[in-house]
Design a protein around this ligand. Structure first.
Ligand code: 6PG
Length: 474
């Protein structure tokens, strides 16, 4: 019997499309799903695309794989993943590889990798971005795990991934949970990108009284310049959509409560642990949370707002474009800071420029802009912040007047722009020569003897606030 080069278990949309992508690239693909009808449907509908080897149960699935075996799990992240991993591991032999292509939490991946390593198996937690279409036609693939597993899997993953200028959108990200961590931050940035786009739309609609269809044209125009990206492109599509039932703009018939499956929240939780201010991602996550409290929103509807509603003219459009670009630079800078901090904390040795490279195509945040990030890290791999790269510093300088006008306008007419405002506050915070953190330190020392350091000499000090107010070394 001919054996398969690789297998996919879990044949919902993403798994099915990934299996088809592999088959279309000439790999013999073992396929399995808990309910066999899905496997049968795949083979029946798409069997002509390549070689599929279907199995009804996991034992037959594993037996149909060439050694060392390569099995990709495409199930919804959670407890179910552990069950499938356990079953597969029991059927496998040392040197075999289990790949988890779901959106698992990176700590779960670290735990699973360590447990399987003990048994001589390779566990590869991999981020796969690009949705259904990407899985089929070329996603961005972010695998973690051992170097040996990358040697066996890398050529296949690079083969089926998206390519930009002939460069595959997949590299070995780093050991254990590194791949899922990077995918998590990708999703956090995705939240932030979408929030900034939503604020741009909201502000322009409120301030100028523009219609969704008119704004679709604005986004289409923006997509021809430095904002060129998948998310801006599909924003124009969504804003142009008309509801066939009511004839209204599609955005006006959708319930305005943004949901999430949790990767944005995880990004913020991890950033808090690492002490990295990812304000763009946090504001985007909280904005979704605020939208999801209809009872509070109803109770607050009658609260006072400004008298002013619409302001300004068409020049606001260019100002918003600049604010969007500047805030996007900040959000990415923060996300990359988080990856740098995690790399240090977990010993991953992440190549940040390579992360920008594999996000250039296939994934949801794909954008021209990522080329500039890659160039920034090429020029200086130890860049303390992306904001300090000369190209980005220049872009921020060019944008900052517009950015300030946009935040001012939003405040004046009462349109919430937490993404724009917090990004600007972060920018101004980082630029400051002296921060009021010195006063915070003083207060901490006053009420809790928490001590402070001085600008003019080494050491730690405490002032006797309740006594003679003299300073002593702590
Ligand atoms: C991708 C996406 C994807 C994610 C969705 C939903 O890279 O293809 O990030 O992995 O599941 O974007 O995320 P939320 O439901 O949390 O918005």
């Amino acid at each position: 019997m001919d054996l398969a080069d690789i297998g996919v278990t879990g044949l919902a949309t993403m798994g099915r499309n990934l299996a088809r992508n592999l088959a279309r690239h000439g790999y013999a693909v073992a396929v399995h799903n808990r309910s066999h009808s899905r496997t049968e449907a795949l083979v029946k509908e798409f069997g002509g695309e390549g070689t599929f080897i279907p199995s009804e149960d996991l034992a037959a699935f594993v037996a149909s794989l060439k050694r060392p075996r390569r099995a990709i799990i495409m199930v919804k992240a959670g407890a179910g993943t552990d069950a499938v991993i356990d079953q597969l591991a029991d059927l496998m032999e040392p040197g075999d590889m289990i790949v988890d292509g779901g959106n698992a939490h990176f700590e779960d991946t670290r735990r699973r990798e360590a447990a399987l390593r003990e048994r001589g198996l390779h566990f590869v937690g991999t981020g796969i971005s690009g949705g259904e279409e990407g899985a089929l036609n070329g996603p961005s693939i972010m695998p973690g795990g051992s170097k040996e597993s990358w040697e066996a899997l890398g050529p296949i993953l690079q083969d089926i991934s998206a390519k930009v200028d002939g460069v595959p959108c997949s590299v070995h990200v780093g050991p254990d949970g590194a791949g899922h961590f990077v995918k998590m931050v990708h999703n956090g940035i995705e939240y932030s990108d979408m929030q900034l786009i939503a604020e741009s739309y909201d502000l322009l609609r409120q301030a100028l009284g523009a219609t969704p269809a008119e704004l679709a044209e604005v986004f289409r125009e923006w997509n021809r310049g430095e904002l060129d990206s998948y998310l801006i492109e599909i924003t124009a599509e969504v804003l142009d959509q008309v509801d066939s039932e009511t004839g209204k703009a599609f955005v006006d018939v959708v319930v305005d409560q943004a949901e999430q499956k949790g990767t944005g929240r995880w990004t913020v939780q991890s950033a808090l642990d690492l002490g990295v201010p990812v304000t763009g991602i946090a504001e985007a996550t909280f904005a979704r949370a605020l939208s999801g409290h209809p009872e509070q929103r109803a109770a607050a509807r009658s609260l006072a707002g400004p008298a002013l509603s619409g302001v300004g003219g068409r020049e606001l459009i260019e100002d918003v474009r600049q604010a969007l670009y500047a805030s996007k630079i900040v959000a990415y800078a923060q996300g990359f800071d988080q990856m740098a901090a995690a790399s240090k904390e977990y010993g991953w040795d992440l190549d940040l420029g390579a992360m920008a490279t594999i996000w250039r195509g296939g994934c949801i945040i794909r954008a021209k802009f990522l080329d500039r990030i890659r160039s920034a890290y090429d020029a200086n791999p130890n860049l303390p912040t992306l904001l300090a790269d000369p190209t980005f510093a220049g872009a921020l300088e060019a944008a900052q007047e517009s950015w300030r006008r946009v935040v001012t306008t939003a405040v004046q007419i009462g349109v919430p722009t937490p993404g724009f405002s917090s990004a600007l506050a972060y920018y101004d915070g980082l630029r400051r020569d002296r921060l009021p953190a010195a006063l915070v330190q003083g207060l901490r020392d006053f009420f809790g003897a928490h001590t402070y350091r001085r600008v003019d000499k080494e050491g730690t000090f405490h002032t006797d606030w309740s006594g003679d107010r003299a300073e002593r070394p702590a």
